[in-house]
Every structure is written in C-alpha cells, then in structure tokens.
Write a protein of this length. Structure first.
Length: 187
C-alpha cells in the first residue's frame, strides 16, 4: 500500500469553526493502536445501539481491540490507516486496502472502516478523513465498502462522497445477531 502513503510526515492541519478545535489528519502509527481501539469501540457503541445486542456492545474489550489494531498497523500489506487528532488525541480513523471480497477485481480497493468519536459526528472530521484517503488513490480507482443497511447516517455520508449501492447485499453475524449489510461502490 506504499502508493497511498502521504508524502509529507506531518499530516494536514484543518482549522474548524470557532466552537471547535483544530484537527489534523495524518497516517496512523503502530503506537496509535490503543487510541484507535477506544474510538472504534465508542463509535460502535453509539452507531450500533439497537442494531446489535447491548451485552455485546457493552462487552467490547479495548485491550483485545488494541492488540488487533497493533497487528494490522504492523502489517502495511493489510492496508493504510489515517487518523484524525485533536490536541494529539485520536478522534477518528479510516482504513483502506485491497478488497477482501471474493468477487473483487485485484485492483479493487475497500474502505474497511471509518469511525469517529461520537461527540464529533457532524463536525466535518470524517469528511476530511475521507477526502484525504480518496485524494491518495490512483485516478479512477474502484473503491467499495460495506455498511449496515440500517445505518442511515453512514449511508448518507457515503453518498455525499460519491458512493452508491452496487446491489450486493450480505448478512453478517455479529454478537449472535444477523446484521444485513449493503455494499457501496465508487468508480
Ligand atoms: C459514519 C461517520 C464516519 C460519518 O461521519 P459524520 O461526521 O457523522 O458525517 P456527516 O455529518 O458529514 O454526514 C452524515 C450525513 O448524514 C446525515 N444524517 C445524520 N443522521 C442521519 C440519519 N439518522 N438518517 C439519515 N441521514 C442522517 C447528516 O445530516 C449528514 O448529511 P449532510 O452531509 O447532507 O448534512 C460517523 O457518523 C461515524 O463514525 N458513525 C459511527 C460509525 C459508523 O457507522 N461507521 C461506518 C461503518 S460502515
């Protein structure tokens, strides 16, 4: 995934509205693993409440999730992750890499995850993460992603960034519940 690495080491500084602090979007480092895991869990607990069982969401383990993230970040072949930070604290992230779908062309890319600290939903931080990732892609790259069919907020967000449903659906079993998902595609 070297082709998608940002050329500068410092990331992009974005000045937000007067009420909100500045955020920076930069490539993730392995040392971000635990902070990413914390955002990942809090964002799941907010977005999937009512879709997945409370016991499952409340039992998500930050230590195990942090270990998982460290493994991914240590293996760049898996993909590239960008984080958004506010005053050095990770508040969001986006991961992208080769598509894991069986029917995918080898050049197809997949956005594996985009998650924000719930207090920053609607702040523009996710928009900057998405714009940064998309700007790093080869021209006309085909990018897919999966999202829960019921996740209206994420579906709206993806449409805003040029993705549309490609007609493929699947059922994921998560926490003992069957979660219908839809695939979106851009390019
Ligand atoms: C998905 C996510 C990254 C998007 O970031 P965000 O800051 O919330 O996105 P934005 O506010 O820029 O865009 C969301 C859009 O959905 C709209 N929206 C909000 N709630 C909605 C709802 N219940 N139904 C439909 N649209 C909704 C917003 O008004 C906005 O539309 P606009 O751009 O036309 O104003 C963020 O919400 C998040 O982390 N969610 C939890 C994790 C998640 O679901 N990740 C995706 C997994 S596939």
């Amino acid at each position: 995934m070297r082709a998608f690495a940002l050329s500068g080491p410092c990331g992009t500084l974005v000045r937000m509205s007067a009420e909100r602090p500045e955020h920076i979007v930069r490539p993730a480092a392995a040392t971000d693993a635990e902070a990413i895991a914390g955002v990942h869990i809090r964002s799941w607990q907010s977005a999937y409440r009512g879709m997945l069982p409370d016991e499952y969401l409340d039992g998500l383990d930050p230590v195990a999730r942090g270990r998982w993230w460290r493994t991914q970040l240590d293996h760049p072949d898996w993909g590239t992750t960008w984080v958004a930070t506010v005053e050095d604290a990770v508040v969001g992230f986006l991961s992208l890499g080769p598509s894991r779908d069986e029917d995918a062309d080898p050049r197809t890319l997949e956005i594996f995850s985009v998650y924000l600290e719930p207090s920053l939903f609607g702040s523009g931080v996710a928009r900057d993460l998405m714009r940064t990732a998309l700007a790093e892609l080869p021209a006309r790259a085909s990018v897919t992603l999966w999202t829960a069919a019921e996740n209206e907020r994420s579906r709206h967000f993806y449409r805003r960034h040029g993705f549309s449903p490609d007609g493929t659906e699947r059922i994921e079993e998560i926490g003992g519940t069957e979660l219908p998902e839809v695939r979106y595609r851009r390019g």
